[in-house]
Design a protein around this ligand. Structure first.
Ligand code: ADP
Ligand code: MG
Length: 636
């Protein structure tokens, strides 16, 4: 059997078909992005070959000068992009260019908005770059040969339902992509146009992008003949961006490079580029994205830095250099100390890696710190995208706990708004002179927390309280005991200790009132047996008749729900009910006969539950009791 005989026509997977349809029919507003995607794939292929050569030096031998070559044929409307990188074998071609290599495609299709501009930005974000060739071409041919193998592979498709794949000979190492350009995109055969697009999008990839020197029509015949000698020129800077000095680089360069590095098409919020020599010898270029990736909570999310060692590409997504809560950071780390033959397994054991992790983590935190101080508006954008993840920080990063905490933002009674824009430092600055603690309250929703009866005494005294309603907040606070020597206090737990903020007069009054109300408290306890742990006189309330408090060491509602959702058993615990002895409803309660007493007490209890954002166990009964009471009002 000859190798050529093995021709197959295969169908694209459903999602790929949809994607192709979309490329062809709707994403023509930024056609030039295809060039960045194909050049970026070629550059990855060169990186992969350099890496493979570390283990097998023969791979590079036949053609050691790595480059990307772009050629055009105006008459035939052809554009070719050729690299001499790692190449692909038949299985890889089918896998990478026919089926979905990543889970991203389906998600990409779900996210589409119909708005061309936004949608074309999504292409890169979901790692479906190769297919962007079909924005400008109605036929694409890929000829490729994997380094170290003899036979090549031919792939062809018109971007509709299927593709052809067959084995072929006489292919150079690497990949050549030929685009049959659509009429309306014939301008991509224009050398000057191509040069400007490549410079715009691919100036600082480390590989030279080469084109044939342009000949000028005005030149005489002799001159023309001379220029038949093929002369290539490099049209990009071809120097890995991070190896350049900062002064050589413009913001635009950094922004473009980010797009090569990360599938995210939006601009980064901030970056930090550093060369360090000394005990550790490395260059890092770290970016803070402006948008959260779609899979930030997926354990399989691509995270980590692109690792280079002495400028040789080693791997993508090297996770070891950043803690989990900074998993959104993108960038490059180029180390001069790590051994070139390092593997993912070895990375975990290497002592240098830990030192690098701590300096890189610090760099990211410092960058955020600076942004918070100097560019509060950008920081707010950052917080909206990544605040939830940053809240994992104090628990995970013991060494930087204080700094991670200072980067947190909350909402508070200072504004009462839902926007989280209050830092712990700002809170401390506004603390009353005699205030010792940082007060906070957690509930299931912002409106529940902002309208909680627990806040009444704080409002009266003008003390600020942090309002927390994110799912992660209670868990976060279980890891935060103090900040700048100020302890945190959950105002819905245990007995309220206002310390020096409490009036001695109030304290004494509470003691006498408690004695006076002993009988009432006993009656309430009887009625709510099995529902409350304790009943006592409050010093929290000024307007509401009653509220529910969690025991000092009991789990709050958020944590209970979180644990339950994770399938864990949560120990039973009952709240403490606090009553406001001067409230008219409580005064009235004292005088009620037993039937009314029971109903009213239950209603007070259930309303206190509602105020905490929790539904009464039997909401039907609650409604009945309420209606009974309302009917009595009507008949009065
Ligand atoms: P991504 O680059 O994000 O993985 P693409 O759609 O751009 O997604 O490419 C899909 C895959 O096809 C790549 O991951 C790579 O394995 C393979 N590929 C594409 N272009 C080349 C090339 N020039 N050389 C070798 N492999 C390539
Ligand atoms: Mg790609």
């Amino acid at each position: 059997m000859t190798i050529e005989a093995k021709e197959e026509t295969l169908g694209f997977q459903t999602e790929v078909k949809q994607l192709l349809h979309l490329m062809i029919h709707s994403l023509y507003s930024h056609p030039e992005v295809f060039l960045r995607e194909l050049v970026s794939n070629a550059s990855d292929a060169a990186d992969k070959l350099r890496f493979a050569t570390l283990h097998d030096s023969k791979l590079m031998e036949e053609d050691p000068e790595l480059a990307i070559r772009i050629t055009t044929d105006k008459e035939a409307s052809l554009l070719t992009i050729e690299d001499n990188g790692i190449g692909m074998n038949r299985d890889e071609v089918i896998e990478n260019l026919g089926t979905i290599a990543r889970s991203g495609t389906a998600e990409f299709l779900q996210k589409l908005t119909g708005d061309q501009k936004k949608d074309s930005h999504l292409i890169g974000q979901f790692g479906v770059g190769f297919y962007s060739a079909f924005i400008v071409a109605d036929k694409v041919i890929v000829e490729t040969r994997k380094a170290g193998e003899t036979g090549g592979v031919y792939w062809e498709s018109e971007g509709t339902g299927e593709f052809i794949v067959k084995n072929t000979d006489n292919v150079q190492r690497g990949t050549k992509i030929t685009l049959h350009l659509k009429k309306e995109h014939i301008n991509f055969t224009d050398g000057w146009h191509l040069r400007s697009v490549v410079r715009k999008y691919s100036d600082h990839i480390s590989l030279p992008v080469m084109m044939l020197k342009e000949t000028h029509e005005a030149e005489d015949d002799k001159e023309q003949e001379k220029s038949q000698v093929i002369e290539w020129e490099t049209i990009n800077t071809a120097k890995a961006l991070w190896t350049c000095s900062k002064s050589e680089l413009k913001d635009e360069d950094y922004k473009e490079f980010y797009k090569h590095l990360s599938p995210d098409m939006s601009e980064p919020l901030k970056w930090s580029h550093n060369k360090v020599e000394g005990k550790l010898d490395y260059t890092s270029l770290l970016y803070i994205p402006s948008k959260a990736p779609f899979d930030m909570y997926n354990p399989e999310m691509q995270r980590g830095l692109k690792l280079y060692i002495q400028r040789v590409y080693i791997m993508d997504d090297a996770k070891q250099f950043l803690p989990m809560y900074l998993r959104f950071v993108k960038g490059v780390l180029d180390s001069n100390d790590l051994p070139l033959n390092i593997s993912r397994e070895l990375l975990q054991k290497n002592a240098q890696v830990n030192s690098l992790k701590s300096v890189i983590t610090k760099r990211v935190l410092d960058m955020l710190d600076k942004m918070a101080k100097k560019e509060p508006e950008n920081y707010q954008k950052f917080w909206e995208a990544f605040g939830q993840v940053m809240k994992e920080g104090p628990a995970e990063d013991f060494a930087n706990r204080e700094q991670a905490a200072s980067l947190l933002r909350f909402s508070s009674t200072h504004t009462g708004e839902k926007t989280q824009n209050i830092s712990l430092d700002a809170y401390i600055e506004r603390m009353k002179p005699e205030q010792e603690k940082i007060y906070y309250l957690c509930a299931q929703s912002h409106s529940a927390v902002a309208n909680s009866p627990h806040l009444e005494v704080f409002r009266k005294k003008g003390i600020e309280v942090l309002l927390m309603s994110d799912r992660i907040d209670e868990w976060l606070m279980s890891h935060m005991h103090e900040f700048k020597e100020k302890q945190f206090e959950d105002i819905s737990k245990g007995t309220l200790d206002l310390g020096k903020l409490a009036d001695t007069e109030d304290k004494e009054k509470k003691e006498t009132v408690s004695k006076e109300k002993e009988a009432l408290i006993k009656r309430i306890k009887e009625t709510l047996k099995g529902r409350v742990e304790e009943v006592r006189v409050t010093d929290r309330l000024t307007e509401s008749p009653a509220c529910l408090v969690t025991g000092q060491h009991d789990l709050g509602e958020q944590m209970r729900q979180m644990l339950k959702a994770a399938g864990q058993e949560v120990p039973e615990s009952h709240p403490i009910m606090e009553i406001n002895p001067s409230h008219p409803l409580i005064l009235r309660l004292e005088k009620e006969d037993s039937e009314h007493f029971d109903d009213l007490t239950r209603i007070l209890f259930e309303q206190a539950q509602l105020a905490n954002g929790k539904l009464p166990e039997d909401s039907g009964e609650y409604v009945q009791r309420m209606n009974k009471l309302l009917m009595e009002l009507l008949s009065d």
